[in-house]
Design a protein around this ligand. Sequence first.
Ligand code: PEP
Length: 261
Amino acid sequence: MVERRPLIAGNWKMNFDHLRSIAFVQKLAWTLKDAKYSAGQVEVAVFPPFTDIRSVQTTIESDRMEFAFGAQDLSPHDSGAHTGDISGEFLAKLGCTYVIVGHSERRMDHHEDDELVAAKTRAALLHGLVPVVCVGETTEDREAHGASAVPVAQLRVVLESIAKDSDIVVAYEPVWAIGSGQAATPKEAQEVCSALREEIAAVMGNDAAERTRVLYGGSVKSQNIASFMREADVDGALVGGASLDVDEFSRIVQFPKHIIA
Ligand code: PEP
């Protein structure tokens, strides 16, 4: 059986300028060092706005911090006449490991549909980035179709358009739980994460399903992270609001202490 290293990912959204991003990663590094954090046990990744990425990169690399970083979006195109867009090639050159695709805020604010999310996923893979593919249902979707149907259908469109050996991360983020303070229950998260893993198995095979990390996101905090991480199919968390507070985010990263205790 494959060991999936937990991933705690902080999505900063449109918060922190480049100066604050430097201060944040420095304080995060000190705080986690004091707490004897081991990157081998839990992987930490931060997702700053585009304008901060170079600053985050140089801070992390010059101090040899054990954090990964990524972008919150990318263009489906490689280059050319796409004003305001950012190519996966540029993100890879900046040392990004990850890029978020299909976050519900982009699906809503920028009318991104499943085909565009699939195209962005392919663009990420083409440039050697690991896409963090976000899926999730609205309250209306849940009432009409149950919890899993929409996230599974969203994921299927992406999976069917990529190679079976692609390295991706999936983030289950119920839209009603994002920024609402009302997280899914661990049981609800497990049910959908398990359905997503079954979908990965159906489209990409059992090996892919075994190795692919499936995260939960939506009002994750230090008080509830351990309860999610106890679930068999939850391999980490995509954290929004709580990732903006260094102390709170570092407590989330240290969730194993509460599971082992
Ligand atoms: C998110 O935006 O991905 C998210 C999960 O936000 P929050 O943690 O604030 O609900």
